[in-house]
Design a protein around this ligand. Structure first.
Ligand SMILES: [Zn+2]
Length: 129
């Protein structure tokens, strides 16, 4: 009782942009900042930002968070897993940013390739709009 069920709402154009970006970066990981808002446990993602000074290879994608402006519209990060596993790595959890981590597994084709995790490593449901 009183527990807020958290979920992620992903707009279609944002989802398509994430999938395209992941494909473009393959076989390296791609990483994007998620913009949106959080209200009553619902994290709505309606925009993307390419992080400054990002770096990536086949097993890791990141960026120095100290270069980010303080911006309350940054709700999390999306990154790709070219290996095809959508579980967050230990490194992912150590570099958790914002409220949600979206991980897209290869081949980045459909809704089922997209997963959302909170900072405790719990899977969050995604609603595609
Ligand atoms: Zn990862």
């Amino acid at each position: 009782m009183g527990k807020i069920e958290r979920k992620v709402v992903l707009k279609k154009d944002v989802k398509d942009s994430i999938l395209s970006y992941c494909k473009m970066k393959h076989p390296s990981e791609g990483i994007l900042i998620l913009r949106g808002k959080s209200k009553k446990g619902t994290i709505t993602v309606d925009g993307l930002v390419i992080p400054p000074f990002s770096y990536s290879d086949q097993t890791f994608a990141g960026f120095p968070q100290s270069f980010l402006p303080f911006d309350l519209s940054y709700v999390g990060i999306a990154h790709s897993h070219p290996s095809g596993s959508a579980s967050p790595s230990v490194t992912d959890m150590h570099n958790f940013f914002g409220l949600v981590a979206i991980i897209v597994q290869s081949p980045y084709e459909k809704d089922e390739d997209i997963f959302a995790w909170d900072s405790a490593g719990n899977a969050l449901p995604i609603i595609f709009e």
